[in-house]
Design a protein around this ligand. Structure first.
Ligand SMILES: C[S@@+](CC[C@H](N)C(=O)[O-])C[C@H]1O[C@@H](n2cnc3c(N)ncnc32)[C@H](O)[C@@H]1O
Length: 280
């Protein structure tokens, strides 16, 4: 099974990221650091449409491998849990990018969370001082643990992440009644917060009691936007600067993800915001 094309938002995501990489490489041109591209949810290299009219677009991995000017990445690290997807990506690298086979590593069957910790350890180590990294985190859902991102604190790394505000977080927040404790715990792990704090952010007490005199709780109206702002705030505890979140919507205009960037370099986030602003 290869990756599936989600719709126009998939192209917006790739275009935003490509624009950022272009600006990043311009700044890094002639600089002494080696550059690592880390892709935590790399996919198969190509993205296929689910519809009958088969549309295939190039996945992010290909775009990144294609970058040559003003400079290229020195090392590519692709993590992909699905073995078939990883094999396809490896085949694409071998066939279409033979010059990269020595520096592009595909880690099939591995979990992004584990590899984020490994990368953090590498960058913190003696050799890591010579490197700067970009981490692109593009999951289908809520796979990224907060503790994995926390391991990136203080590193020379720019993060781009899709936060599943609509497709993941909002679905766990039930409307009719408060979500179960298990879901608050899941959301707590995702945001790196106490389950009680999650409850307080997304629910309020209805002043009207139910017919048995029990206090009722209601979900806030704008949970998706609040989730995006909350994630942005949480990222600011790891990185010095965080961009504005960009809502990525499906053809029914429902928000699926918020796309945002984080860095310890102010100018990186200024550039990210300039690019993201144009997509709103
Ligand atoms: C949205 S797709 C990635 C698309 C890709 N960025 C692109 O532009 O072509 C998400 C991918 O993550 C993989 N995946 C799911 N859970 C994972 C995990 N815990 N660690 C690494 N990869 C995972 C899936 O098999 C899927 O291929």
């Amino acid at each position: 099974m290869s990756n599936h094309f989600g719709g126009e938002w998939t192209e917006i995501k790739i275009n935003v990221f490509k624009k950022y990489l272009k600006a990043y490489m311009q700044i890094m041109k002639g600089k002494p650091w080696k550059l690592i591209y880390f892709d935590g949810f790399a996919g198969s290299g190509d993205i296929h449409s689910k519809k009958e009219t088969e549309k295939v677009i190039e996945g992010t991995a290909r775009h990144v491998l294609n970058i040559k000017e003003p400079r290229a990445f020195d090392l590519f690290y692709f993590v992909e849990k699905n073995i078939d997807n990883a094999s396809r990506l490896q085949r694409i690298i071998n066939t279409d990018y033979p010059e990269k086979t020595e520096v592009a590593f595909v880690r099939g069957g591995e979990d992004c969370n584990v590899k984020l910790l490994d990368m953090g350890n590498f960058l913190r180590g003696f050799k890591g001082k010579n490197y700067k990294a970009i981490a692109f985190i593009d999951p289908y859902g809520m796979q990224v643990k907060w503790s994995s991102l926390e391991s990136l604190k203080g590193l020379s790394l720019d993060l781009w992440i899709l936060v599943p505000t609509g497709i993941g977080i909002n679905r766990l927040l039930k409307n009719a009644e408060k979500s179960s404790l298990v879901w608050f715990e899941t959301l707590g792990t995702f945001f790196g917060l106490d389950p009680k704090e999650i409850e307080e952010k997304f629910y309020y007490q209805d002043p009207q009691m139910d017919i048995f005199g029990e206090q009722r709780f209601k979900k806030i109206e704008n949970a998706v936007e609040v989730a995006a702002k909350l994630y942005q705030e949480r990222l600011k505890t790891i990185f010095k600067y965080v961009s504005e979140p960009l809502a990525l919507r499906n053809s029914n205009n429902a928000v699926l993800f918020h796309f945002m960037s984080a860095s310890n370099v102010q100018v990186a986030i200024k550039i990210a915001n300039d690019i993201l602003k144009k997509e709103v």
